[in-house]
Design a protein around this ligand. Structure first.
Ligand SMILES: [Fe+2]
Ligand SMILES: [Fe+2]
Length: 256
């Protein structure tokens, strides 16, 4: 199976970057299954039904998320109904939505688990390490592949998690920082790992946002309003091919 893992898709610019680059990448790499993080896909913050549908129509098989999942109020009206939409599984159990799903593609069963780190995230979450154990015990005998989107700020937490699940998860890809890391690796027991895939969206931006406002914030310490940057497009993804014990990985970066 050939998997493509896309990080945080930033607003309309991110959706345009998907339209521009995704079809060619899927064709050239013969991708079977696409996952993208949609937490910033609507106006840079959260997800609407319309944008969710747009991502599905673009060929995304599963949409993961993170700390921005509940930013748009209308999410509560559809998050429970959409099987292709995940929020971190280690949210308190009372939170709406689901944290993992099992999907069938080309006759294979693929589990996608969304987790969120606890370092510097500011949301009271359950332990993502133990939450993985719990889900793994429930599902691993019933699925062919296990893929984790680990949404977190601290590179150390994500790296530790990668080693913790090495040999149990097939792929661990990090999201949230919006900045790609160059540490893609096949871990000793076979897990394909990257600390952060990086954003898909504007090429020139401060983590996806217009440049002027964040600079103003750093200069003055005053609150500013963030807006998704426009202009040239950037597409970033983590490609993994997995057949039995054979694993190939590749970091993809395309821009205008
Ligand atoms: Fe994000
Ligand atoms: Fe995030």
């Amino acid at each position: 199976m050939r998997f493509l893992c896309i990080g945080d898709v930033i607003g309309r610019t991110g959706r345009n970057a998907l339209k521009e680059f995704l079809p060619t990448v899927v064709k050239e790499e013969k991708v079977d299954f696409v996952i993208a993080n949609g937490e910033n896909a609507a106006g840079g913050f959260g997800l609407t039904k319309k944008v969710f549908n747009e991502l599905v129509e673009l060929g995304i098989d599963v949409i993961t998320s993170g700390n921005h999942i509940f930013d748009k109020k209308e999410i509560v009206q559809f998050i429970d109904e959409e099987e292709k939409l995940l929020r971190p599984a280690n949210y308190p159990p009372q939170a709406l939505g689901r944290g993992y799903g099992i999907y069938t593609k080309n006759g294979k069963k693929i589990a996608v688990i969304n987790l969120m780190g606890r370092a510097f995230m500011g949301i009271p979450l359950d332990c993502p390490f133990r939450k993985f154990d719990e889900i793994y015990e429930k599902i691993h005998e019933a699925v062919d592949y296990i893929i984790v989107d680990f949404h977190g700020e601290a590179t150390s937490e994500k790296t530790a998690f990668g080693f913790y699940v090495d040999g149990r998860a097939d792929i661990v890809f990090g999201t949230h920082s919006h900045v790609a890391t160059a540490d893609e690796i096949i871990l000793p027991k076979g897990t394909a790992y990257i600390t952060d895939v990086g954003l898909t969206g504007p090429k020139y931006s401060v983590i996806g946002m217009k440049i002027e406002e964040p600079i103003k914030k750093f200069l003055t310490g005053m609150p500013v309003k963030y807006e998704v940057a426009k202009g040239e497009l950037l597409f970033q993804a983590f490609f993994v091919e997995k057949e039995g014990n054979e694993t190939k990985i590749k970091r993809i970066k395309l821009s205008q």
